[in-house]
Write a protein that binds this ligand. Structure first.
Ligand SMILES: Nc1ncnc2c1ncn2[C@@H]1O[C@H](COP(=O)(O)OP(=O)(O)OP(=O)(O)O)[C@@H](O)[C@H]1O
Ligand SMILES: [Mg+2]
Length: 1079
């Protein structure tokens, strides 16, 4: 079951005064006090919110609170200003009703704060988005700007609004703010030039001097010291809890957000500075010859600075302070001003300047915040005016302020009453009129067109002849004398003649909020609100654009001789418009009450509150509300709230709500005179009835709570039990499964073991049987074999001799050999000595024979091959064989020579006619003829020579001519030296002491080195008379060149001649031969 909250829950005292029982003024105050002591500053009278100023910040305006009150019914939560704002906003958004929030109360009661709270709440709950947020921000930030220029510290309030403000916030159909329009009402401008004791001028003056930078002040030609300015009262320049410097920054920031340009802000500050400067201009009298005193400016410095600030010619302003030009039709008369008139003119200028600046600010803000679209808007108006005030000296301003409050009270009375009446009619309830104090009579006293005070004041101001405040009072005394709310010493009403509290120059009005004594002095002047034309013209001549704009009547081209409407007339008209405007909207009331005069928290001055309760007509308000019925509620929420009190409506009523409520009321046996059924609501006459309903509900709720608790506990235990049972089943199932699984596994493994044992046993048994069977079979076979053998032997024994075995063996061998040789014969390899094939050996025991046969066959084959050779070929092979013996594995050149046949005569010397001579010079057969290089010792280069070898000598001849150069007999050759490498160098060394040795050894190189050396060696070997020629193979050997021995050294490396070795002379004793490594 959903239990809805209500303002009746947890309430301190009574949250709605309509339910107060008994309803007396004392109980009303006691309830207010009780709630105030518990920080419950808001209390309802039906839909009206009473707000007590707590004079301290309470934690009830947090974003959480905003959320709490958002979209809730008015009576759902404890009273709060947010509930009223929410109700107004929702009714605007959802029911398309324009709203106005009327905030009333005396000065310092918290109206301005309340209006800001309403605005901030609406801003918080309405739509979001970049554009919407900007509009919201601008609307909210207009407050600090207007407060700085329009609020001041008074004895009643440190931040007292000195102007009336009505702000229309415009919304689109979705409830998103589009913009706003601010209307301002009569600024208390007299404050600019004079402040009562203990009060201050408007905040902006102090904020500018405290918060502006030195630079700014210098530009504005101002001094930070307040005492330097006549217009600033000093006794309360600094206010507790007000940080003027910080507020100045806030104001500058707010102006920027609202959309003021930097130069506009500067102009505004210049005007503020100009007002301060103006106050410092002082006058002195100067006697004229006609005996009159004329005023002169004492110290022109301030005037000069002010003129510089505003761009006014000093002489023009100076003249405007000394003369006054009066224009009448075609005449123009100039009169001099005396000191008093000059001061009057100065102050009038200052007041006008400031109040016009203030109006300009409002217009400028309106320009920024005005809605951009022209579509139809929904409007929520918030009215925050100066509160009703009574000072020691009350003047024209207080009269105007209090008149405005009087009008608001009137509209409150009218509308609340009408609302109430309308509701009864709407709901079809019988209604009897209720007496209440109607302040229309007071309003009439002030605003009546014929004989109202304001009308008389205007009449007096416009009357030709001498007009003074006294003449005005006289007029009042004659016309209003009989009015029951008007009192004056000289009125014809004799009862006041002896009233000493009523001075002669005063009149007293019995306002709805108390009697106020007004000093008549200044009424005429203030109502006229005249500024000498010379001054407005001087202002118009200024080069400062803003000031020129503020004094349009100073334009000489537009001289208007008609008197401007009086201040009273203007105000009456604007209040009239405002009232009309308010009446078209759905009103929401916040009635602010001031708990004490000390601006202190926690103090509840009963007399003060009682006074306010009385004049605000709050008791009447409650009575009116209760006259018919104290409490009303729609049928649905009523049934919802109390349905538990009746069995038939509990827990659900199926039919229409009204019938449910009727059943409920009948069942509860509430006397029928205690309530009435409206069309949509039930009306309860007596609060006691409601309280008894509430009490029964409370008791019933307790029983219900116990029942719910009981059922809940039972349900909870049962649920727990069922859960446990279910869990137990699950656990048991799992456990059983686990146990069965375990058991099964155990049985299974046991079975497997038993099975494996059985199978093993069976297998072994079978194996044993099979083995036995096999053994039996084998034994039988063996036995039968033996048996057969024995049988056979026994049978054949008679045919065998003792050596039969050997013969069989020999025979077998012979057969085998026969077979072997026959197969060898048919598989013989070719006769080529290089053919390596040989048939496989058939039996191991023939291995030796097989190898030997192969060797013999090969030798035989070779012999056969050799036998085919001719003598010449034989020699060639012998030479090759010899070369192999000499060089194989000793010289790297050898392998390449194996394939080259040894031709011997490369030059075909006998056939070549070129060498005929040389050939004939040879007495022996030339064994070898080739071209060799003879290496020159001096440079290692070679010279081509023909090398000839015969059986007896070695001959070197010129290659070209064929002329024999040297002939060395072979016996003179001692040895031949060659390297181990692949070069063709060789040295022929001669025997020491031989005839040839004189010429020295020869170092030669040849492409057929292997052949030359082999042949040399062979020739030597064949000659029986000579020793064998030594062949020395080494990479370093000595060669005797004539006298010197030179070492020839062979090195592997890169030769100049590409692949051929090259010889190079290193020094006298060393010739180096570079042999290419790849060669
Ligand atoms: N709800 C509140 N919470 C805390 N302080 C408050 C509240 N309402 C008012 N005050 C305090 O009371 C002071 C006076 O309030 P406020 O300026 O709203 O009075 P006012 O009714 O507008 O007076 P006036 O008619 O002189 O303009 C505020 O400056 C603030 O200090
Ligand atoms: Mg205010």
């Amino acid at each position: 079951m959903e239990v809805k909250t209500s303002l009746l829950d947890n309430m301190i005292g009574v949250s709605d005064m309509v339910l107060l029982e008994p309803l007396t003024e004392d109980s009303f105050l006691e309830n207010l006090r009780k709630r105030f002591d518990h920080n419950e500053i808001y209390t309802y009278i039906g839909s009206v919110v009473i707000s007590m100023n707590p004079y301290r910040s309470l934690p009830i305006y947090t974003p959480d609170k905003v959320e709490e009150y958002r979209n809730r019914n008015f009576y759902e939560l404890s009273p709060h200003i947010y509930a009223l704002a929410d109700e107004a906003y929702r009714s605007l958004r959802d029911q398309d009703k324009d709203q106005c929030i009327l905030i009333t109360g005396e000065s310092g009661a918290g109206k301005t704060e309340a209006s800001k709270l309403v605005m901030s709440y609406v801003a918080a709950v309405c739509g979001k988005g970049q554009e919407v947020n900007k509009v919201k921000e601008q609307l909210l930030q207009s407050n600090p700007v207007l407060e700085a220029f329009g609020n001041a510290k008074t004895v009643r309030n440190d931040n007292s609004s000195r102007f009336g403000k009505y702000m229309d916030i415009e919304f689109d159909f979705k409830g998103d703010p589009l913009g706003g329009v601010i209307s301002n009402y009569l600024l208390e401008k007299s404050r600019v030039v004079k402040q009562p004791r203990g009060e201050r001028n408007f905040h902006i003056f102090y904020q500018l001097l405290s918060g502006a930078s030195d630079d700014t002040l210098k530009k504005l030609k101002l001094d930070r010291d307040f005492s330097k300015f006549n217009y600033l009262s000093l006794d309360s320049a600094a206010v507790n809890g007000l940080d003027d410097a910080a507020n100045f920054r806030t104001v500058r920031n707010a102006m920027q957000i609202v959309g003021f340009m930097e130069d506009e802000v500067q102009s505004v500050l210049e005007l503020v500075a100009a007002v301060l400067k103006l106050g410092n201009i002082e006058f002195k009298p100067e006697s004229r010859c006609n005996g009159n005193d004329e005023s002169r400016i004492k110290d022109k410095n301030d005037l000069k600075e002010m003129c510089e600030l505003l761009g006014i010619e000093q002489s023009v302003l100076e003249r405007a302070f000394s003369y006054r030009t009066v224009e009448a039709k075609l005449e123009k008369v100039s009169t001099t001003l005396n000191v008093a008139q000059a001061y009057y003119a100065r102050d009038a200028l200052a007041k006008n300047l400031y109040s016009r600046l203030f109006s300009w600010l409002v217009t400028r803000i309106n320009e920024s915040i005005k809605a951009q679209t022209k579509s139809r808007h929904k409007v929520m108006g918030v009215l925050d005016i100066y509160g009703f005030e009574i000072f020691e000296d009350n003047s024209f301003e207080q009269f105007i302020i209090n008149y405005c409050n009087e009008k608001l009270q009137q509209i409150f009375i009218e509308l609340t009453l009408r609302e109430e009446q309308e509701e009864y009619v709407r709901e079809g309830i019988e209604w009897t009129n209720i007496e209440y104090f109607n302040n229309a009579i007071i309003c009439d006293l002030i605003e009546n067109n014929q004989n109202g005070i304001l009308a008389m004041l205007d009449e007096e101001c416009l009357r030709p002849g001498t007009v003074t405040d006294e003449t005005f009072l006289d007029k009042l005394n004659t016309i209003c004398a009989k009015h029951q709310h008007f009192e004056s010493r000289l009125s014809k009403n004799s009862k006041f003649l002896t009233d000493h509290s009523l001075p002669h120059s005063c009149f007293r009005i019995q306002h709805y909020a108390g009697k106020v004594l007004y000093q008549v002095e200044g009424f005429v002047d203030k109502n006229n609100d005249l500024l000498y034309r010379d001054l407005s013209q001087a202002m118009y001549k200024a080069t400062h654009s803003l000031i020129k704009q503020l004094f349009p009547e100073g334009n000489p081209a537009k001289v208007n001789l008609k008197r401007p409407p009086t201040a009273g007339f203007q105000f009456r008209a604007s209040v009239g418009t405002l009232m009309k405007n308010l009446k078209t909207k759905n009103p929401n009331y916040i009635r602010c009450i001031k708990p004490n005069e000390k601006k202190a928290s926690h103090i509840f001055t009963e007399s003060l509150v009682r006074h306010q309760v009385r004049y605000l007509g709050l008791m009447e308000n409650v009575r009116v509300r209760r006259a018919g019925y104290a409490f009303r509620q729609l049928y649905e929420p009523c049934l919802e709230r109390y349905k538990m009190l009746c069995k038939r409506t509990w827990p659900h009523w199926k039919g229409p709500a009204r019938e449910g409520v009727e059943v409920l009321m009948g069942d509860l046996q509430i006397p029928t005179e205690e309530y009435s059924y409206g069309r949509s609501k039930i009306f309860i006459r007596n609060p006691r009835t409601l309280f008894s309903l509430e009490e029964r509900r409370r008791e019933c709720l307790q029983d219900l709570a116990t029942l719910i608790q009981k059922i809940y506990r039972g349900w909870k235990c049962r649920r727990q039990f069922l859960l446990m049972k279910k869990s137990q089943i699950v656990v048991a199932a799992w456990y059983r499964r686990f146990a069965q699984q375990k058991k099964y596994k155990k049985i299974k493994s046991a079975t497997t073991v038993v099975q494996s044992y059985t199978r093993g046993w069976q297998a072994r048994k079978l194996l044993r049987e099979l083995k036995y069977q096999k053994r039996c079979e084998e034994a039988a076979t063996t036995i039968s074999a033996y048996w057969h053998g024995t049988q056979v032997r026994r049978e054949y024994r008679k045919f065998f001799r003792a050596n039969a075995g050997k013969k069989i063996y020999d025979f077998t061998i012979q057969r085998i050999m026969q077979k072997y040789f026959l197969s060898l014969k048919s598989n013989m390899p070719s006769m080529s000595p290089v053919d390596n094939k040989w048939p496989n050996r058939p039996y191991l025991f023939l291995d030796g024979v097989h190898k030997e046969l192969r060797r013999i066959f090969h030798h035989w084959r070779c012999k056969k091959y050799r036998n085919q050779f001719t003598e010449e070929r034989k020699t060639v092979y012998e030479e090759k064989l010899e070369a192999s013996e000499i060089f194989k594995d000793k010289k790297a050149l050898y392998p390449s020579s194996v394939n080259q046949p040894f031709k011997g005569d490369y030059l075909e010397i006998s056939k070549n006619p070129k060498y005929q001579k040389l050939s004939s010079a040879m007495d022996e057969k030339v064994l070898l003829a080739d071209v060799v290089n003879k290496i020159n010792r001096a440079n290692g280069k070679g010279t081509a020579r023909i090398f000839l070898l015969t059986k007896k000598s070695v001959v070197l001849a010129d290659q070209k001519t064929g002329q024999v150069k040297t002939s060395v007999p072979l016996p003179d050759l001692d040895s031949v030296s060659v390297s181990t490498q692949s070069d063709g160098f060789f040295a022929l060394k001669l025997k020491e002491g031989s005839a040839s040795a004189i010429k020295g050894d020869f170092l030669l190189s040849s492409e057929h080195l292997i052949e030359i050396i082999t042949k040399l060696h062979r020739t030597g070997a064949m000659a029986a008379d000579r020793e064998q020629l030594n062949i020395d193979i080494s990479d370093e050997f000595l060669v005797q060149f004539k006298q010197d021995k030179v070492c020839v050294k062979f090195i592997q490396g890169v030769s100049k001649n590409g692949n051929n070795a090259s010889c190079k002379r290193k020094n006298n004793r060393l010739l180096e031969v570079l042999v290419p490594s790849s060669a």
